[in-house]
Design a protein around this ligand. Structure first.
Ligand SMILES: [Fe+2]
Length: 187
């Protein structure tokens, strides 16, 4: 008898080197006072500019700078996934107890989370296995060991959540989806 792993769940983790050199100046470019970014939609508590920018099809003012900052891990991802591109991004800030319940981003390609501020008491993203345990039916949750300055790429359809924030500092992440043009997708 042979054992086969029929399916894979590709996830990549990389680091934005020298993030600490640009962190403060970059985070100052975010409009943290924007009232529309504090409405209870999607995440519970905290700040999200997803609806202001990404969902409205508007590119935020920080987009080009963000892409510049993550260019090294992004180009590594693109070497492994030729033709992939980022069209937009959004920012989320978790104050005490804020969370983002389990969700996925649809069958879009890949998604990514860049941990712009994450102290050692806080938890990065928690991912759920697409395959329940065959004996128990339980769904395993995994929290990859990511630190501030890390970026994680994962299939957009993978269910994930941000657990209630417990760190001393607010957790700040930038997220985006990664697509390919239809000509470059082979079925
Ligand atoms: Fe998400």
């Amino acid at each position: 008898m042979i054992a086969l792993d029929l399916f894979e769940c590709p996830v990549y983790v990389s680091t934005v080197r020298q993030w600490h050199n640009v962190k403060d100046s970059f985070l100052k470019t975010i409009d943290w006072g924007s009232e529309e970014c504090y409405r209870e939609e999607g995440m519970v508590g905290g700040y999200t500019d997803y609806f202001k920018f990404y969902n409205a099809g508007i590119v935020p003012n920080y987009f080009d700078k963000l892409m510049d900052i993550i260019s090294e891990p992004m180009s590594m991802f693109q070497q492994m996934n030729p033709g992939s591109y980022v069209s937009n991004a959004w920012c989320q800030r978790y104050s005490k107890t804020a969370c983002h319940p389990a969700h996925n981003h649809g069958a879009l390609g890949f998604s990514a989370v860049f941990y712009a501020q994450l102290d050692s008491y806080d938890s990065p993203t928690s991912f759920f296995s697409p395959f329940p345990n065959p004996w128990t039916g339980q769904v395993k949750a995994v929290v990859p060991d990511c630190r501030e300055g890390d970026i994680i790429f994962f299939p957009s359809s993978l269910i994930h959540q941000s657990l209630p924030h417990r760190g001393y500092q607010d957790k700040i992440i930038f997220s985006f989806n990664i697509s390919k043009s239809t000509e470059q997708i082979s079925l």
